[in-house]
Design a protein around this ligand. Structure first.
Ligand code: AR6
Length: 188
């Protein structure tokens, strides 16, 4: 199930909120700064413990890492790094799509049944909102329908409904304008 809300992602009592982080994963501006402030110093310490894949890179662009939420109402923070937008011809759409796919997969692997996303890459990283929204909605819809297909197969195979229910995916927009972009895109 997809929900679109206007609000501050740090206030949501969901299983996981997604952070639009950078590769170092030690905080920054925008939603990243707000999440670190609300979660407290423990989040910074947990991020420090995430191993570097190369100097200064804990999470490469398009990938995702998970930590506890500490003082946040959310149980987990899934940190993902969106692409910096240049012109759309430098692999940005694929990288942004993999942020959504990897975050959703990590959430499912950690037993999450609700997850909230900010509009990854559309702030400091400059991704045009309409284009980014189309990618976000497409990836989430594909993930949910694939998960539904797996549930159907499991039902057929076992003769009973599996315990796992559909994941609730919230697009948490910081402005009414962003929420309207999501509303018109999900309606398509
Ligand atoms: N709740 C929900 N959405 C928010 C919030 C909030 N509390 N605060 C901002 N947004 P940005 P990026 C929206 O710039 O473009 C950081 O410095 C905001 O309106 O936070 O992926 C990182 O460390 C926008 O729509 O992330 C990286 O260096 C969206 O969140 C860099 O910025 C994303 O804006 C990442 O840039």
């Amino acid at each position: 199930m997809i929900k679109i809300i206007k609000g501050d992602i740090t206030t949501l009592a969901v299983d996981a909120i997604v952070n639009a982080a950078n590769q170092v994963m030690l905080g920054g501006g925008g939603v990243d700064g707000s999440i670190h402030r609300a979660a407290g110093r423990e989040l910074y310490k947990a991020c420090l413990k995430v191993p570097e894949v190369r100097p200064g890179v804990r999470c490469p662009t398009g990938e995702a890492r998970i930590t506890p939420g500490f003082k946040l109402p959310a149980k987990f923070v899934i940190h993902t790094v969106g692409p910096v937008y240049r012109d759309g011809n430098h692999g940005e759409p694929e990288k942004l799509a993999s942020c959504y796919r990897n975050s959703l997969t990590l959430a499912a692997e950690n037993g999450c049944s609700s997850i909230a996303f900010p509009c990854i890459s559309t702030g400091v990283y400059g991704y045009p909102k309409e284009e980014a929204t189309k990618i976000a909605v497409k990836e989430v819809k594909e993930f949910l329908s694939h998960a539904e297909m797996q549930r159907c197969r499991a039902r057929e195979g076992q003769g009973r409904a599996p315990a796992r229910s559909e994941m609730e995916v919230i697009f948490c927009c910081f402005s009414e304008h962003d929420a309207n972009v999501y509303r018109s895109t999900t309606a398509c």
